[in-house]
Write a protein that binds this ligand. Sequence first.
Ligand code: BES
Ligand code: ZN
Ligand code: ZN
Length: 505
Amino acid sequence: MEIYFHAGGEDKWTASIALVPIWKDEKILETCPDLAEAAPFLQIAPGMRDVTGRKGEISIVYGHKDLPYSRVMFIGLGEECLGRDTAMDVVREGFAKGLARVRAMHLESAHIPFFSLSRLGGELRVLEEAVYACCLANYSSIHFKKTTRESLPPAVQWLGIGFRDEYVPDAARQAARRGERSAEAVLLARKFATAPGNVMYPETFAEKARMLAADNNLKIDVLDEKDLEARGFGAHLAVGRGGAHPPRLVVLEHAPKGRENDRPIVFVGKGITFDSGGISLKPAAKMHTMKSDMTGAAATLASLVALADEGADCRVIGVMALAENMPDGNATRPGDVVTGLSGDTIEIVNTDAEGRLVLCDALAYVQQNWEPAAIIDIATLTGACAVALGDQVAGLFCSSDSLAERVLSAGHCAGEYFWRLPLWEGYKSKLKSPIADICHTGSSREGGAITAALYLQHFVKGDIPWAHLDIAGVDWCGKDTALCPEGSTGFSARTLVEIGRGGLA
Ligand code: BES
Ligand code: ZN
Ligand code: ZN
């Protein structure tokens, strides 16, 4: 969908329909006099009687077809919630529903009058979120369908942003572009994580990353199984042993001019391209959703592409730890002991706790190679986190209060919510092994998200600010919603983009 900016008043606008959000019981022609002026027919249009602004209501009011606003779609947002934490969620959902209706009507284009946005909060933020939502709602995944376009509502071709002034403010262009780019990142992460395990496996992920890196001026380094072996990634390799597709470690770097020697922010993504559980095999129900057990790696990749494309002024490195977790004669056995890159010996008691094995080696690698300003790992790590927090909010574990605040605020801006959980010292003893330096799972299921986080913390040197995002539970969307069709949610891609945009401060 192209985005156009139209200045100089409504006579210049020719979009199929204008999208105007409205609060419940709002007298919009009074609260938004510009609208009354731009589309005078609204003052006498009979259809206005049915516009109530109730949440989820969409009413279309028609004027003569030659008028600049021949169709106005009023998008009901429900009770006014200006200034509340949830205000941008309401904006996103409203515009996504509105755009879905535009598609269902097979219209070519839509228009957002900029002057109608200030009633919803800061107009630049609202514009950014409106564009973000429209871009997400305009997308359908058709990659694996034989009947492509015909069976789906057509995509809207262009979205216009209209200004009554003579010029388009730069800040508005930038806000719209930010929203668009955030959506691109989320869609890229979803595309990777929804791709099935027979298509997206470590080698293909790495190849696609190479192409994206070349197109976006990112530095890339790929370690194959021989490199991993030579360097001593014993834990990572232990996970991949049962899979027909060998493991990979992909490293991407965005280093803007003059920032090459800055301490980087490092994202580390869990990239299990399919998690069957290995010898500790998972039950069949919902196992297919484990193709998205690489959402952390997908979000890492997508955020780096977006930050490079935007030219963000911050050095960011993304490390993606890729492997396929399968049962096989060569697969790791429960009870095996391996030596990880950190030099620790690790007792593996349950091969389904594979994420922390690839991550602990990736964390060690990061500290061997760089002096990070912060490390943030992102992983669909534990069912326990999904049980604790459900499918709308993800777990955050963090060794630094200021980094935790940064992740929470970036997540809030992104509409991806995190809740901080404790790195509870007392549970460290659960990771004692009778025969190795550390056991990779706790001795009981209780507090499983915490013991997993403590295990990872063991591999991070004390003074490096480190955050662990457990996105199990929020990575998969079971049914179509306004902002996300059934499949991977790409959760955390946009949060990472926001962190890279704003830096750590
Ligand atoms: N990938 C799973 C976690 C998961 C569960 C992600 C549900 C998304 C939705 C992870 O590898 C796993 O299986 N973890 C085990 C750990 C246990 C064996 C200690 C779990 O949570 O059961
Ligand atoms: Zn697992
Ligand atoms: Zn897993």
